[in-house]
Ligand binder design. Sequence first.
Ligand code: GTP
Length: 446
Amino acid sequence: EQSGQVLPEQPDLKIIRRQISGFVGFANLPKQWHRKSIRRGFNFNLLCVSQKGLGKSTLINTLFNRDIEASSEVGFSDRNDEVNGKMDGLKIEDSQDEEIETDREDDVSSSVKIKSYTTTIEENGVNLKLCVVDTPGFGDAIDNTGSWKPIADEVNYRFDQYLDAENKINRSLENDNRIHACLYFIEPTAHYLKPLDVEFCKQVHEKCNLIPIIAKSDILTEDEITVFKQRIRKQLDEANVKFFQPPTYAMDDPDTVKASNDLFEKIPYAVVGSNSSVTNKEGKTFRGRSYPWGIIDVDNAKHCDFVYLRDLLISQYLEELRERTNNVLYENYRSQKLIKLGIKQDNSVFKEFDPESKQREEKQLHEAKLAKLEAEMKTVFHQKVSEKEKKLQKSEAELFARHKEMKEKLTKQLKALEEKKHQLEISISNQPAQSPAQTKKKGFLR
Ligand code: GTP
């Protein structure tokens, strides 16, 4: 080509698949993978966001077929603790410090709390470490503006924790606290989504695999559910919100692709939860809810979408949810964060591992973190100083007022005494003069 010669046209490249006649052994790879996975177990972090009383606990218990709350270790997010911890070094030695600390804590805390339930469940020898992250207080206030923020912060915080663990010399990535899926409970109004619903979905859909569900859908008719689902999809589409879509691969057979598309099209799932069993007229017992007009079997796809939700979340796509969290959502977060911190990366070129540049990158990351921490500490310091100044000004004004009051009181007293003195002087001068003999006698008698 360089010498100007035109090369003959290349025939189309074809991949030829050959069967190996002898034993090599890599056909065992799936078995090895299976053994390893069983040994290691799986972990799954599920964020549940719902207003009070929309049937969240009931649905989670129905999904995992146990009382999750009763069998779990309960914990609160340590995100606020960390914010407080950063400021510990800033205590100003003063008796009024305690008061300032309490004021600040009040600012940091929010009405939305992050509470997690961790438990290990086992099915056919497979262990699943499940963490259900609850958000009590979400949407329960009179003004719910910004209610989504503590939740979005928590998702970011968990990414940050993972990023920190990755950047350590001794990396320990066993503890994956990142949110793998977010179940968002929609109130079954059969109307439209509320602004808070849309805002929440907008804020988190790029941070976690969002799965919206219509809670307590047994209160809606079939037609209402169909219309409500269309409206929800339209509203979220207009807000550019993407929810989790089960992936399909080139090698998947058409049935798998269809099943996956069907699952996606049914979102938002109209679900019903139940913690108890009911028995129908034929004497069959199942998990459901009983009404004067009949019975709902939650595991029956004709009655509600619970089985589709279970398929998407657990039996078919749990591993995909985890993978997408790691490969797409976390990667996006990580690269954006590093870019923000001033670290450039070149994704188009696969470079060889260069320890020096890695070290430089880590140093930059560390310095950027220190700078951020310093800026935060400075802000808190200034805040504390201004609070102190305000208190001092207040007490100065109080002292001044007290001084003025005392001065006025003393002036009054002085005036009264002078008045008295004046009265005495007048009464002395008005007394009749005594004879010397009288004076002598009085002196003798004394
Ligand atoms: P908080 O923890 O207080 O936020 O409540 P929650 O959202 O966890 O709701 P919970 O599961 O405690 O259910 C509240 C009530 O709704 C209970 O009386 C449940 O029996 C009932 N409930 C739960 N799921 C459903 C459902 O699918 N349909 C109907 N009709 N009622 C339900």
